[in-house]
Ligand binder design. Structure first.
Ligand code: 5GP
Length: 262
């Protein structure tokens, strides 16, 4: 599919104009960044895995009635998506305290929260994505109305419920994650869509038994074996084959095999 001009380049993805009005092509890069761009590297194979994992999760969410920007995956690194005007808010859902929650408030790492905790940060690198209150979002109209915000909050909790179950089923604890939403005009109607990606770059995922980190904290904390951890997530979700490793993963169509007729 022909890509149009580059619309936006982020830390881990590039957005190109899509083939039709209102569409875009989302390209997953291998670049990894952390701490507001202070730490940068390339993790070979990460983009391919995130493309597949995010496609899998978005398709599943679509099936439970969450509208997303994903139209279809195009190839190893690209998805055809609806062009969405992103609200400048990161919606963070936490089930277990870790990361910035422990750093900011001194809560013991690993504390299981009595119910999912929903946080908001202002999506703005110049200010380091600061934690904000619901009132900031409404006052500065980062989301158009209280009704929209309540709707997004309810989506966040439904997505958490669904993903917790999905990951628990494959021996992974969903510790926390970040979501982005935006608005797109579909057939003359404005719709709130889940956008961006859901992948080990945007979630914290711990093995249920060993608590081994299977997410971007391996990069943030220099734990090594980043791509192997992402691959483990893809394998457990049944996205890639049991014996696959990144050098042999085939992300194309299944190959035809000759079956001898009796
Ligand atoms: P924390 O606030 O503890 O740093 O992050 C909470 C969760 O949101 C983690 O799963 C983290 O990966 C995700 N998250 C928060 N902000 C960002 C961001 O700017 N980029 C990415 N990729 N993930 C984020």
């Amino acid at each position: 599919m022909n890509k149009g001009k580059k619309l936006y380049e982020g830390k881990a993805k590039i957005l190109y104009e899509g083939p039709e009005k209102g569409t875009a092509i989302q390209h997953f890069k291998d670049d990894a960044t952390a701490f507001n761009n202070l730490k940068k590297s390339t993790v070979e194979g990460k983009g391919v895995l995130n493309n597949r994992i995010s496609e899998h999760i978005f398709n599943n969410l679509n099936q439970i009635g969450i509208k997303t920007h994903l139209i279809k995956r195009l190839n190893m690194r690209e998805q055809l998506v609806r062009l969405v005007e992103i609200y400048p808010v990161e919606f963070i859902v936490r089930n277990v305290a870790t990361g910035s929650l422990t750093k900011k408030l001194g809560i013991a790492d690993g504390t299981v929260l009595s119910k999912p905790l929903l946080e908001y940060s202002y999506k703005n690198d110049d200010f380091g994505d600061p934690l904000i209150a619901r009132e900031h979002i409404l006052e500065f109209k980062w989301v158009p109305s209280e009704l929209h915000l309540d709707l997004i909050n309810s989506y966040c909790l439904r997505i958490n419920d669904f993903m917790q179950g999905m990951f628990r089923g494959v021996g992974i604890k969903l510790v926390d994650f970040k979501l982005e939403f935006g608005v797109a005009n579909i057939d003359g109607k404005n719709e709130i869509l889940l956008a961006d990606e859901i992948s080990p770059d945007t979630c914290r995922l711990w093995d249920v038994v060993s608590e081994k980190k299977l997410d971007k904290d391996r990069f943030r904390k220099d734990l090594g074996n980043i791509v192997q951890a992402y691959q483990e997530v893809a394998r457990r979700l049944g996205i890639i084959h049991e014996e696959s490793n990144i050098s042999s993963v085939k992300f194309g169509k299944p190959k035809a095999v000759n079956i001898k007729k009796k």
